[in-house]
Design a protein around this ligand. Structure first.
Ligand code: R5P
Length: 298
């Protein structure tokens, strides 16, 4: 119990100074959210750059042990220092990521399809909010299939997760899925990102496309961009630079980091673009230097 004797009277209320945190919370569309949501978003998005590097390694939930993800216990600790967020399934994170790794966690909470099916668009909510709370997750990721067979159930999944998220102040990341048969036009991405945002998510994950700056402008919450299939490192760095310069607030990148011959160097180079304003050309030079002089860049 604090000693009440000699207690100083509180007087510095600064009544003529406007409340300093009334407006302008740095995450797009999050100004009216409560403290808990804002805290989680601050764990995800760096308050200085406003951006995030998410390491996506949730592919196993429908692809099994894909190339590069054979040993999550070896891979994730190696890459964790250079990213802001670990995005995976509860099974992967509980078993392979030590709690001492103090990175933000975004949990993949929808599941239900696998690569051996033709139509991947049918999923369920695979995780209770209770377990997301137990794992101290900063957000829950739900796949949505706009324009696909499973649209209705995926939006139902999304809304269930958003509603639970609001009950406990945990943000939801709406993931715009692109299936084999689905179009990848600016029209599609504007439609899908906006539908997902208007459902009430706090962030959207989508893909790069033509007129990407318009997709960003029409989406009232931050967009993070998936890397997609493995492409040459130079092209992946260009993708990251291009989407950041058009208003994305980060990348949620998997294969273009963990399938690189130099995953750590790729993660460091992506970080430079997303947080430090490096151009793609500068970042590629930086990447090549890291690869050429591994001993100097430990
Ligand atoms: C899709 O939602 C997957 O689960 C991945 O999280 C996503 O595709 C990002 O990984 P990649 O950069 O490999 O496309």
């Amino acid at each position: 119990m604090a000693d009440l004797e000699g207690l100083k009277v509180a007087k510095d209320y600064h009544v003529n100074v406007p409340f300093a945190n009334q407006n302008g919370f740095f995450v797009k569309g999050a100004n009216s959210l409560d403290w808990g949501m804002k805290k989680h978003l601050t764990n995800i998005f760096n308050p200085k750059s406003g951006n995030t590097v998410m390491l996506a390694f949730d592919h196993g939930y429908f692809m099994g042990s894909t190339a590069g993800l054979e040993r999550l216990d070896l891979l994730v600790p190696k890459l964790a220092p250079y990213v802001d967020v670990l995005m995976g399934t509860r099974g992967a994170i509980r078993t392979c990521v030590a709690p001492e790794i103090t990175k933000s966690v975004v949990l993949r909470v929808s599941a239900g399809s696998s690569m051996i099916q033709d139509d991947l668009s049918h999923e369920v909510v695979a995780m209770d909010i209770d377990d997301c709370i137990r794992m101290n997750a900063d957000a829950m990721a739900v796949q949505t299939f706009i324009g696909a067979d499973g649209q209705l159930e995926s939006l139902d999944n999304l809304n269930k997760v958003i509603n639970a998220g609001f009950r406990y102040s945990i943000p939801t990341l709406g993931v715009v899925a692109v299936g084999k048969q689905m179009e990848r036009t600016p029209r599609f991405f504007k439609l899908a990102t906006r539908i997902v945002a208007e459902m009430g998510v706090q962030m959207v994950k989508t893909y790069d496309c033509e007129d990407f700056d318009e997709v960003v402008a029409a989406c009232p919450v931050p967009i993070v961009v998936a890397g997609g299939k493995k492409i040459p490192e130079k092209d992946a760095l260009h993708l990251a630079y291009d989407v950041i310069s058009k208003g994305a607030h980060g990348v949620d990148m998997g294969r273009n980091i963990f399938q690189s011959a130099h995953p750590v160097e790729m993660a460091k180079s992506i970080h430079k673009i997303v947080h430090e304003g490096m151009t793609d050309a500068e970042a590629y030079e930086y990447y090549e230097d890291l690869v050429a002089h591994p001993e100097e860049n430990q």
